[in-house]
Ligand binder design. Structure first.
Ligand code: EPZ
Length: 425
């Protein structure tokens, strides 16, 4: 397995181009199932999760073509003309939970599907009851058989008013796609408001769907009998941008995040400015700078968008490890998203966990160490810590990183980091 080696304390200076968002590209790819026409997606990132989902869609019968060599922008064309297989198998779904998003589109367009339950993952049990209950309210007959969701809607789905007891990005996406082909109006109440939801809904509208309320907590969809193809650019990845913003901050550098949308990072920008980091818009994106000023400890609570994103919690914890003072970080979305804590503590961080909160007491410096990645965002928080630490940090199991960060070591090295990927056995 590959490793990443970092020799820290070098401030980052330069520009990093932000790619298309993983968590927008995945549901956008699934949306191809809703039409027999071609869906063309620009700025699809080169990530392991994208490859996994491509394999899943291909085994359903989706034809997928990709153009764009090297590190340039990548164009993906998906055509779900001959869908022959309605089964999403466990060995693919368990690898990448977003695969479960195929359930709604398959049932809505073909009237039946057999999709493996995704099971839990490192950060939590990750149930899918909201997806299943919503489809049931839209007329699907659903049973669980040997770890699979078996869904049938021989007469198609009908509109419904679905109230989510908790905000769910995936359930909002699954049901919005299903509603696009249902008979009548669907209202999704307490819907997720993430930019990735808006991006998916905007693409569905370009495909002929009638949707309003995107970005609000109530989304209304008027179903259509068919949808057509379109060409759509994947929204830039706000989590990648937030991650590199914290890389600039933790090293005391200045980095321009090209293509980043500041309006997708307002809660993050507010927290960072409270910590003594300046975040400002530029012609090309967002400039992040922490030159000379000391980092100050600030409290953070993760919340659904527009709150502080849970996908940046681990990175923020690394940043607070060397801040002056203390920071209380509270994770409200997932029940087990502190796997980065013991690894950060091996690098000298002073962190105490009380149930869903972690108290981070700033220390003067971190020390490099061999550390173990456990999940995507925990892994990248160790990279950030390594960039600031004195000495050598070696991060194992970097396949976690490859799921969500394209050419991470290249982008950081181009800004002056002493970072390299070491090919493993
Ligand atoms: C999406 O996961 C993202 N993944 C996650 O990013 C992100 O952390 C999460 O949204 C929250 O923003 C993709 O978009 C592919 P949820 P998702 O449904 O949709 C509970 C990353 O690092 N819940 O919004 O699975 C759930 O347990 C990944 O890129 C139910 O109870 O998240 C959690 O506590 C990690 N029942 C909360 O809702 C359900 O049916 C939010 O989950 C569904 C969810």
């Amino acid at each position: 397995m590959d490793k990443i080696r970092i020799r820290g304390t070098r401030p980052l200076h330069g520009a990093i181009t932000i790619g298309g968002a993983k968590n927008a590209a995945l549901p956008l790819m699934v949306a191809s199932l809703l039409t027999e026409k071609a869906l063309i997606l620009d700025d699809v990132p080169r990530l392991a999760d994208i490859a996994t989902l491509s394999n899943l869609l291909a085994q359903h019968g989706v034809e997928i073509g990709v153009e764009g060599k090297g590190s340039g922008s990548r164009v993906m064309t998906l055509t779900a003309r001959d869908i022959t297989n309605m089964v999403a198998p466990y060995d693919l779904v368990r690898k990448m939970r977003a695969s479960f998003l195929v359930l709604g589109p398959l049932v809505a367009r073909f009237g039946h599907a057999r999709v493996s339950l995704p099971g839990g993952c490192a950060i939590g049990t990750r149930p899918v009851d909201l997806h299943i209950n919503g489809l049931t309210e839209m007329g699907a007959e659903i049973e669980i058989d040997s770890g699979y969701v078996v869904a049938r809607a021989p007469n198609g789905l009908h509109g419904a008013s679905v109230v989510f007891p908790t905000v769910s990005v995936g359930a909002t996406e699954n049901l919005m796609m299903a509603a696009a082909l249902a008979d009548g109006e669907t209202r999704l109440i307490n819907a997720a408001r993430e930019p990735e939801i808006v991006d998916l809904g905007t693409c569905l509208i370009a495909m002929g769907a009638e949707i309003d309320g995107l970005g609000s907590d109530t989304i209304r969809v008027q179903g259509r009998s068919t949808l057509h193809g379109t060409r759509h650019s994947v929204v830039p990845d706000r989590i990648e941008a937030g991650t590199y913003a914290m890389a600039a901050a933790i090293t005391g550098g200045t980095v321009e995040l090209v293509n980043a949308h500041l309006e997708h990072l307002t809660a993050v920008a507010k927290v960072l400015s409270g910590a003594g980091v300046s975040v400002s818009p530029t012609e090309r994106g967002v400039l992040v700078s922490r030159a000379n000023g000391a980092l100050r400890g600030v409290d953070v609570m993760t919340e659904p968008f527009p709150g502080f994103p849970t996908d940046l919690q681990a990175q923020m914890m690394a940043l607070m490890a060397t801040a002056t003072g203390a920071a209380m970080i509270t994770e409200t979305i997932f029940e087990n998203r502190y796997m980065h804590v013991p690894e950060l503590m091996r690098m000298g961080a002073n962190i105490t966990i009380h149930r869903s909160s972690a108290l981070v007491r700033g220390v003067p410096k971190l020390t490099g160490a061999p550390v173990m990645a456990t999940d995507l965002r925990a892994s990248v928080s160790l990279v950030l810590a390594g960039l600031a630490a004195e000495g050598l940090t070696e991060i194992n199991r970097v396949y976690h990183l490859d799921r969500g960060y394209e050419r991470l070591e290249e982008k950081l090295a181009a800004c002056g980091a002493d970072i390299e990927r070491v090919k493993g056995d």
